[in-house]
Write a protein that binds this ligand. Structure first.
Ligand code: ADP
Length: 400
């Protein structure tokens, strides 16, 4: 009898545990979709603000004051979007939802792109020079990595280096050691005392406290940076002399692959004339669609619109003259991955460019499997979009 009672007890504990587990899973699932939705819901209006203020500043307004105001809207909008992204990213990290999406990118090109953005951003800061130092030849640096996460690591470290340095130089370099790439971002800024070296990698951890803070920031950048570096299989640490400067080091597996990527000889003209071309925009958000149409207006390209994946497939079948698809990923009924898979079944040569809000969550494997040719992240910059499109419209004409 005793034994049976014992077994019954175990059985009921097991049921209770299973229930608790299922509840926890449900809560986790809810949290996941909550984060994904929140990210999407916030990004959509932000893209509208950023996109249209960008277009507005291109209209020939004579009033320098107006131009100045528009630029403020744009740069503050970007700042706000970054803060929101950081908060969401930290929640993802804490709920262990950060995933790695590996693809092959050219390391030097990735760094050059990041550094070029910084040069443009910091054009007013003549007292700081920004250098890069490469140990390898560019054609040897095709690296297997999570492109958006690696980019963000460089962005965060350079952002800090620039923020905490008022004069001197910032140097980005790397060496190869024990199968790893060891990167260093070195600045001649304010430096960090040894007792704060651990603090700054914690959530909201900042050296400066209180209302007298003179540097902006949320204290989340290094938390995210550390999580991303570790997710990609590396480590991060720093050396610093207080008052003289800091060097942040991080490692990344040296997974170089011996493959020549396509030569990127993208056309650089900014006056595109695509009046004989057609593009299908698959986008369920009206504001995003309106923005894309406005951004493409000057190219005279013919635009068709689908508001979900099914419509996109139908339109491709009905209009064989479509030269390209700009595909939103998150759409009702059928998402952009599935729609692309189906479109590619019938029209393997139509280039499909994903235009998506999920930068750090962009699933490269899914994109690759579905046949997506390229991607661009929202908020979509007009110049970047045209540049990317020209690559497919002008160099690889559609042979359907
Ligand atoms: P934020 O820059 O938004 O405050 P971070 O997590 O990126 O957040 O950095 C945390 C803190 O680490 C900063 O507030 C600053 O005190 C210190 N820090 C980071 N990078 C540097 C640097 N290059 N030089 C001096 N201090 C730095």
């Amino acid at each position: 009898v005793k034994e049976r009672l014992f077994l019954n007890e175990i059985e009921s504990k097991k049921v209770a545990l299973q229930r608790a587990l299922s509840e926890a899973n449900q809560a986790n699932q809810l949290q996941r979709s909550f984060l994904a939705n929140l990210s999407h819901e916030i990004r959509t209006p932000m893209n509208g603000i950023l996109g249209f203020s960008g277009l507005l500043s291109e209209l020939t307004t004579q009033d320098p004051e107006a131009i100045n105001y528009i630029n403020h809207i744009n740069s503050n909008g970007k700042l706000l979007l970054n803060i929101i992204d950081d908060i969401l990213e930290v929640s993802r990290i804490e709920t262990q939802q950060t995933e790695k999406f590996i693809s092959t990118v050219n390391l030097h090109r990735l760094i050059d792109e990041v550094v070029e953005n910084f040069r443009q951003k910091s054009s007013g800061l003549e007292d700081i020079t920004l250098h890069t130092n490469y140990a390898l030849q560019t054609d040897q640096t095709n690296l297997k990595t999570d492109e958006t996460k690696l980019k963000q690591v460089f962005n965060n470290l350079l952002d800090n280096a620039l923020k905490f340095t008022s004069q001197g130089s910032i140097n980005l370099s790397y060496v190869l050691r024990d199968g790893m790439i060891e990167f260093a971002v070195k600045d001649t800024g304010i430096g960090i005392k040894p007792e704060n070296h651990d603090l700054i990698f914690t959530r909201f951890g900042q050296v400066e406290k209180g209302l007298s803070r003179q540097y902006g920031g949320t204290g989340l950048g290094l938390t995210i940076t550390k999580a991303f570096v570790e997710l990609m299989g590396g480590e991060i640490w720093l050396q610093s002399t207080y008052g003289k400067g800091s060097t942040f080091y991080f490692t990344h597996p040296a997974d170089f692959i011996d493959k020549k990527t396509q030569q990127e000889s993208r056309v650089s003209t900014s006056n595109y004339n695509w009046n004989k071309k057609s593009v299908l925009i698959a986008e369920d958000e009206k504001l995003n669609y309106t923005y894309l149409v406005a951004a493409l207006k000057a190219t005279k390209i013919n635009v068709l619109h689908a508001t979900n994946g099914k419509e996109a497939i139908d339109l491709c079948k009905a209009y064989p003259e479509i030269d390209m698809v700009l595909m939103d990923i998150k759409m009702p009924d059928m998402d952009g991955f599935e729609a692309t898979r189906q479109i590619k079944k019938y029209f393997p040569n139509i280039p499909v460019i994903a235009q998506t809000a999920y930068s750090t969550n962009y699933d490269y494997n899914k994109a690759h499997e579905s046949g997506i040719d390229d991607k661009i992240f929202k908020p979509i910059n007009k110049k970047e979009l045209l540049h990317l499109m020209s690559h497919y419209l002008e160099e690889m004409p559609n042979e359907n």
